[in-house]
Design a protein around this ligand. Structure first.
Ligand code: AP5
Ligand code: MG
Length: 212
């Protein structure tokens, strides 16, 4: 089963993808993670993406779509698209890619979280530089300050989790990504889940939807 997981910055897409990967052996395709890996590895893709990400803007479609096509061509089943598509033109491009590759997605799951909650989730988030594990200074702190529980790596704040950049990301979400709700409602694949509950409850709701 292939799914799209979408929602605002901080809605919990990465958190829920990790649970799906661990429990259902699905494969996560996070465009944000792919860009961060490219930046870390100092590739051309990374240098193209960085200036947009640091400002909280979307990386141009021409760059993102090519990257996703490459990954989809190699990972054909049980994937979770996390953070892609992010606007209607990417959704249209995805439809074309899926058709070309003989693939399909069965659900477009929207994680619904009030705007008033998102900012605190993002400013408090910390991530492991080595394995990417996600923490929160209040709701999910590491056992030892600054050290990843999972791999012992250094736990840091993401560059784009600063208040001014967060404001731009939330605005970009409203303008560009929010219209995807209507796009997927028309396909009959749209499922909205209340993401303002504990990660475990949100996850069981996602699993319930996937088994329907
Ligand atoms: P990306 O990395 O995708 O960032 P995002 O969409 O802004 O989403 P986040 O990763 O910030 O949030 P999340 O929903 O994964 O939440 P998480 O689970 O971590 O993209 C970054 C940038 O890359 C973009 O700004 C853009 O520049 C570029 N980009 C990426 N894709 C692109 C595309 N397709 N096109 C163009 N540009 C693109 O949770 C957040 C925090 O909340 C954590 O601390 C977590 O512990 C906590 N939390 C999670 N769930 C819960 C819960 N249920 N209750 C309480 N706390 C929770
Ligand atoms: Mg994420």
């Amino acid at each position: 089963m292939n799914i799209i997981l979408f929602g605002a910055p901080g809605a919990g897409k990465g958190t829920q993808s990790s649970l799906l990967v661990e429990t259902l052996d699905m494969f996560q395709i996070s465009t944000g993670d792919l860009f961060r890996a490219a930046i870390k590895n100092k590739t051309q893709l990374g240098s193209q993406a960085q200036s947009y990400m640091d400002k909280g803007q979307l990386v141009p479609d021409s760059i993102v779509i090519g990257m996703v096509e490459e990954v989809l061509a190699s990972k054909k089943v049980d994937f979770i698209l996390d953070g892609f598509p992010r606007n209607v033109s990417q959704a249209e491009a995805l439809d074309g890619l899926l058709q070309k590759l003989g693939l399909d997605v069965s659900r477009a799951i929207f994680l619904e979280v009030p705007m008033s909650i998102l900012s605190a989730r993002l400013t408090g988030r910390r991530v492991c530089k080595s394995c990417g594990s996600v923490y929160h200074i209040e709701s999910k702190p590491t056992a030892k300050f600054g050290v990843c529980d999972n791999c012992g790596g250094e736990v840091v704040q993401r560059n784009d989790d600063k208040e001014d950049v967060i404001a731009t990301r939330l605005k970009t979400y409203e303008e560009a990504t929010s219209p995807l709700k209507d796009y997927y409602k028309k396909t009959g694949k749209f499922v909205a889940i209340d993401g303002n509950r504990s990660p475990e409850i949100v996850f069981s709701e996602i699993k319930r939807q996937l088994s329907n």
